[in-house]
Design a protein. Sequence first.
Length: 215
Amino acid sequence: MSALELLTQGDAVSRAVAALLLAMSVASWVVILWKAWLLRGGTRDVLRSIAAFWQSPGLGEAAQRLQGFDGAGLVRPAVLALQQVAVDAQAGRGDLAAQGSLAQRLTRALRDALHGALRRLQAGQILLATVGATAPFVGLLGTVWGIHRALATIAAQTGGFTIDKVAGPVGEALVMTAFGLAVAIPAVLAYNVFGRVVGRIEAELEGFAHDLLAT
């Protein structure tokens, strides 16, 4: 008997648990594929964009050049923020955003740009962590419920114990355990791998911001 046949024979609780695990699996795989694409391009774009920036004669030229390099939009916002600080300084803006020394305004602009890039890089990590942490317990819920059904079936038998009467609930319970692990393992692996990649990109961006402030 296949896993699908076991689930179709289950009750409403078993089907609800299976549907929840399926939704968690679909959501995690969508995030995994999207983040794999984002981080693969982001790692390349950050290195190319930083190199292109330092080869540019000025901020304006750098912002133009980065349009062709920074497809992930991780470096160019920092350059545009620096441009805006320079424009505000020349215009003599008097609002609170323009208060403080030039170094302080540059620091705020780079910090905000860096935080925006990091928020984008971290997107989806919470979902992967949540799926990885909770999917085994959701599967365990289905397992416990399947065992409960099997025991209830045994208790209700009056003509003697037969294995075919409890094979369905027991098999369903085992399938739920496997389903929960199958959902959780890819999410946990992706969370750890993506975390390391994000850490490397974050280090590159922080080093770039530090170099900008030092120049």
